[in-house]
Write a protein that binds this ligand. Structure first.
Ligand code: ZN
Length: 162
C-alpha cells in the first residue's frame, strides 16, 4: 500500500485521512467543505513533513474550513501543538492520543483522551504517569512530553466557547 495520504469520505463533511502528509499529498477533495464544518479523523496519519503541513494550511485557509479533529495521532498533535494555525480558525480538537513510555524498559504506549469523556475542558488534566503499570515490566509509564503542550491547543476551544 502506498504511503502517501488517502482521504476516505464517510459522508459529505466527514473524512478519514490516513498515511503521510507530504509533498505528494492531494488534499483538493477538502474543497467541498469550503466555509463549512468538516470532521476529520486523523488516527492513521503517521507523519507530516513541512511541505505536507504547508499544503494542509493552504487548503484549510483558502476554503475557510471549520475543523473538528478526531482521534488525532501523536504526529498530528505535535503539528498543532507547534503550529496552532493547523486547526484553522475556531478549530476544535475532540479526541487525541498522547504518547507514553516505560521509564525502565522503554515500552511505548498511548492513551486516548476525549473531551467531555476523560478530559474536562474546565479542568483539563493530562496524566504525567499512567495509573496502569507497564505491561512488559510493571514499572511506570511516563508522558513523553510536557502536559502543557496539550493544554495549549485545548485552550483554543475553551476560550472560543466562552
Ligand atoms: Zn517497562
Amino acid at each position: 500500500m502506498s504511503k502517501s495520504v488517502r482521504l476516505d469520505w464517510k459522508s459529505t463533511n466527514s473524512v478519514v485521512i490516513s498515511g503521510e502528509l507530504d509533498e505528494s499529498s492531494d488534499l483538493s477533495s477538502l474543497d467541498r467543505c469550503a466555509s463549512q464544518i468538516c470532521y476529520v479523523d486523523f488516527a492513521k496519519v503517521s507523519r507530516v513533513n513541512s511541505t505536507g503541513l504547508k499544503t494542509w494550511l493552504q487548503t484549510i485557509t483558502k476554503n475557510k474550513i471549520q475543523l473538528v479533529l478526531r482521534e488525532c495521532s501523536v504526529s498530528i498533535v505535535e503539528q498543532f501543538a507547534m503550529v496552532p494555525q493547523f486547526l484553522g480558525k475556531n478549530g476544535i480538537v475532540e479526541s487525541f492520543f498522547a504518547p507514553y513510555h516505560c521509564i525502565s524498559c522503554f515500552h511505548e504506549d498511548q492513551k486516548r483522551y476525549q473531551v467531555g469523556q476523560n478530559l474536562d475542558l474546565d479542568h483539563p488534566h493530562i496524566e504525567v504517569e499512567l495509573k496502569d503499570p507497564c505491561p512488559e515490566c510493571g514499572d511506570v509509564l511516563e508522558l513523553e512530553q510536557a502536559p502543557e503542550l496539550y493544554l495549549s491547543f485545548l485552550h483554543v476551544r475553551s476560550s472560543q466557547a466562552s
